[in-house]
Unconditional design. Structure first.
Length: 119
């Protein structure tokens, strides 16, 4: 299984970014997909999750209303649209896959993509 995250970068506060995560080696539509992030010196934290069909999404309170998770099962890809970015959103962002809907302890993890938001 491979989860390839991309789309990170350096942006100013208030800007937007869209992260993508392309999955291979698994039946994508049978997996819940999540985004997590880890800032320097902090533990990895849950950001957002989307269920198998995209009908149910959940977000961390810190990103609710600014971030949006979506998926395209035909392309085996999950997205994270990040708007109104803040310096505190700076972190390495990881996508992950799990058979069931949950907020932690995922089965498969990607390699991460760096997001840096300057003030």
């Amino acid at each position: 299984v491979q989860l390839q995250a991309s789309g990170g970068g350096l942006v100013q506060a208030g800007a937007s970014l869209r992260l993508s995560c392309a999955a291979s080696g698994l039946t994508f539509s049978r997996y819940v997909m999540g985004w997590f992030r880890q800032a320097p010196g902090k533990e990895r934290e849950f950001v957002a999750v989307i269920d198998w069909s995209g009908g149910t999404t959940m977000y961390a309170d810190s990103v609710k209303g600014r971030f949006s998770i979506s998926r395209d099962n035909a392309k085996n890809t999950v997205y994270l649209q990040m708007n109104s970015l803040k310096p505190e959103d700076t972190a390495v962002y990881y996508c992950a896959a799990h058979p069931f809907l949950k907020r932690n302890d995922y089965q498969y993890w990607g390699q991460g993509t760096q997001v840096t938001v300057s003030s």
